[in-house]
Write a protein that binds this ligand. Structure first.
Ligand SMILES: C[S@@+](CC[C@H](N)C(=O)[O-])C[C@H]1O[C@@H](n2cnc3c(N)ncnc32)[C@H](O)[C@@H]1O
Length: 470
């Protein structure tokens, strides 16, 4: 029953916008993450169908269950692989099974469909149609791309060589290719399951979306460098950085939960232990709106909440970005989000460049098809249609030669005419970060409604032009 209670708890939190589904699953510390993630995702996918079944059958009234607990149980009872619990709960659900099944059958008759999937709302079907390739990053700390390819060929997969265009990433059956941008990335047909594969269990391959491989790849720290992975948990990009550095150098992962177990905003960049930090990877908490499987259509009633949450997130992201640029010997910082909102992407970067004129944007991968919104076209965007990945954003900031802190002209000219929604700024005088503020920075991942913090913690430019760039 623990699985269902935990899954319901996560759905409750996701509904209250207390974090992205994936982050909530990982943060739950549940001992068996994989079935929990699958159950939560599938239940969310069928959410409207399950709700209709539960309401029509009056299940909540008869069982005194909460909606999300009922949803996960009904999902496994009717649609999933059968209930994985015993005891009183199973007995109770079995008692109601026939009635629940007949409601489901009636819904199919009414909509003239035969499969459960056909009942899904159009928005969910569209997401499923965007079925993305299965990307597999070869963990070069443990093996080589050649050895991994050989192993996979012996295991029945057919290797087609390196892809040269986007269409090559649309694969069927047991075919796979090497990605055209990232040579350590192998691409398989959607839903190819590696969770039980030897290479996966041995840590020789890592299942990581292509877009999420971009930050470490583009930061490209040399072996031996000292790097900070500022918001590291669960650690996919940390392991990618280690591979790029050939496992040589110093990699400090700063996170609320693991490794250094520290709030990045409380790290003192002037501390002697960080004197050699030249590279920072900053992948802060974000709305997760680019994750295809996590997209949700907020009702219009929720729009205000969404707006406030985005403002709070952007404020936190900007504080992290400004903080990341304070390491005295910093050369480059890569900033990324899995958000599609300009407020969390170009908006944050533009505000940061205004506050840190000693830094400029590096023009990334000229052959990449999807760029940052004007005028920040040096940055990259990613999405299912144009790049066959989840929605993503990456910016690489570089210290200009000889630049001290905050001494130079802005590297990116930002026009006030292009102003759209206000972007977060820390330019107005604000008190030194207190413990209370710092804790608030963890908002959306620490289950504090980020939206509630927006007004108090964010400092918007006042009056006149709103400097922005979209
Ligand atoms: C988008 S996730 C990072 C994913 C990670 N880079 C990866 O590729 O596996 C953001 C992480 O930052 C953590 N976080 C939030 N606020 C933080 C803070 N103030 N200091 C450090 N980590 C923080 C969150 O708990 C979450 O695990």
């Amino acid at each position: 029953m623990a699985l269902y209670v935990k899954a319901a708890e996560i759905l409750d939190k996701a509904e209250k916008k207390q974090g992205a589904l994936k982050t909530l699953v990982y943060d739950s510390k549940f001992e068996n993450i994989k079935p929990l993630f699958a159950l939560v995702l599938e239940t969310q996918k069928f959410s409207s169908v399950l709700e209709e079944i539960i309401v029509s059958s009056k299940l909540l009234k008869q069982t005194k269950m909460r909606m999300n607990l009922a949803k996960v149980l009904v999902f496994d009872l009717l649609i999933g692989q059968g209930l994985k619990c015993g005891g009183a709960w199973k007995t109770m659900m079995i008692k109601h099974r026939a009635r629940l099944q007949s409601v489901l059958a009636r819904m199919k008759v009414k909509q003239k469909v035969s499969k459960n999937e056909d009942l899904l709302p159009a928005s969910v079907k569209q997401v499923l149609a965007e079925n993305l390739p299965r990307y597999v990053r070869v963990n070069t700390v443990k093996t080589t791309v050649e050895d991994a390819v050989d192993y996979l060929k012996r295991d029945g997969f057919s290797y087609l060589g390196q892809a040269s265009r986007l269409e090559d990433l649309t694969l069927k059956e047991k075919y796979f290719v090497m990605d055209m941008h990232l040579p350590e990335l192998l691409v398989f047909p959607p839903n190819t399951d590696f969770h039980d594969h030897f290479l996966y269990k041995a840590g020789h391959i890592i299942l990581q979306d292509k877009a999420s491989c971009l930050p470490a790849y583009l930061l490209n720290p040399p072996a031996g460098a000292h790097i900070i992975d500022a918001c590291a948990a669960p650690g996919n990009k940390t392991s990618h950085l280690a591979a790029i550095m050939k496992n040589k150098g110093k990699l400090s992962g700063v996170t609320c939960h693991q490794l250094a177990n520290q709030d990045f905003l409380k790290v003192d960049p002037d501390s002697p232990q960080f004197k050699d930090v030249e590279y920072v990877l900053l992948d802060p908490s974000c709305s997760g709106s680019g994750m295809v499987c996590l997209r949700d259509d907020a009702s219009s009633a929720d729009q205000e909440k969404v707006k406030a949450r985005l403002a709070a997130l952007a404020c936190f992201q900007l504080r992290c970005l400004n903080h990341g640029l304070k390491f005295p010997r910093l050369k480059r910082l890569v900033y990324s989000t899995c958000s599609i909102h300009s407020q969390e992407n170009e908006g944050v970067v533009a505000a940061c460049l205004q506050e840190n004129p000693g830094f400029r944007l590096v023009n990334l991968l000229s052959q990449w098809p999807e760029r940052g919104l004007e005028p920040l076209t040096q940055c990259l965007r990613a999405n299912p249609a144009k790049t066959r990945t989840h929605g993503f954003f990456v910016a690489l900031l570089e210290k200009q030669n000889g630049a001290g802190r905050k001494k130079q002209e802005p590297a990116v000219q930002i026009s006030a005419q292009e102003a759209t929604p206000p972007i977060p700024s820390t330019r107005r005088k604000r008190p030194a970060a207190s413990d209370e503020e710092s804790d608030a920075s963890e908002t959306e991942d620490k289950q504090t409604p980020a939206a509630d913090q927006a007004d108090e913690k964010c400092f918007y430019p006042v009056g006149g032009s709103k400097p922005t760039a979209y």
